[in-house]
Design a protein around this ligand. Sequence first.
Ligand code: RIB
Length: 331
Amino acid sequence: MSTSGERGRVVVVGSANVDLVVDVPRHPGAGETVLGGDLRRSPGGKGANQAVAAARAGGADTTFVGAVGRDDGADLLLASLDAAGVRTDLVARVDAATGTALITVSPDGENTIVVAPGANAHVRLDAEDLARVAAADAVLAQLEVPLDVVRDAARARRPGVPMVLNAAPSRDLPDDVWDAVDVLVVNEHEAADLAGTGRPGDGGGAPGGAGGARGSHDAGRAEALAVSLLARVPAVVVTLGGDGCLVARRGQGALAGPEVVVVPAFPADVVDTTGAGDTFCGVLAAGLARGADLPTAARLAAAAGALAVTRRGAQDAVPDEHDVVALAARR
Ligand code: RIB
């Protein structure tokens, strides 16, 4: 698949946020006030996190296409992307505040996140952006930017180049976006939302130990959800937190049933799950851009996710490629 040597070219189209993070003893209920720890301010946003992961943890030649404001939040984000080796020449500066995420993290590492989109709502793809997408070996998007952007990116890719959609945060997808997706990455909640079934009772789950403890996921239910989503897309990855992830693909041939592969989790001491799913997605796309098959890329992605949950922050927690490869080789 890759036309750029060993690394592969990834274009990530999506959001960039300044994360305002507070550790809390527990997440507040409606109408409740909880005293937390000191405020931390760090680079985040699902798109920017995934771009940092594709470059730093996945080793890909990575471009991030997004929008930031003309404020110091933009400087924080561009500095983090640059430090990870992500190309930032296509990041637009717009007349809106840089996106902001308000995040609480509980002692078990679970989070709640509310996003004020700001500049992310102004992301558009111009001719230069579309040309970069057309030169990519894998394209990766999420749902914190307008759906038109996802659609335009998918249309601009070369035939055979995988369009990976991390359908987070959960929202309904129009038919033309469904039709544009090659690989859908979702947690159990997002899978249930897209399949139109009720949500499971436990944590949805970023991979590698995040989003629900080991053994807390119903693998049978996750498989049923993944297989039902194969009616809309050729391949689905359901992340299962401490239980790893599940890769489902349409069978080859008219009579072949779906192929399902379970990728076990790598053990992790969970500190903060924020952005672990993004690390997973970025490394997955990097693997696909290099020509890896989906289960192989998912295994590397699971190793990266397991390392990410052991550190605080989103982009700040993305591991180095060397550590990802070393962990993945252990099993
Ligand atoms: O997935 C984690 C990310 O979600 C955070 O960095 C936050 O900015 C939101 O986009």
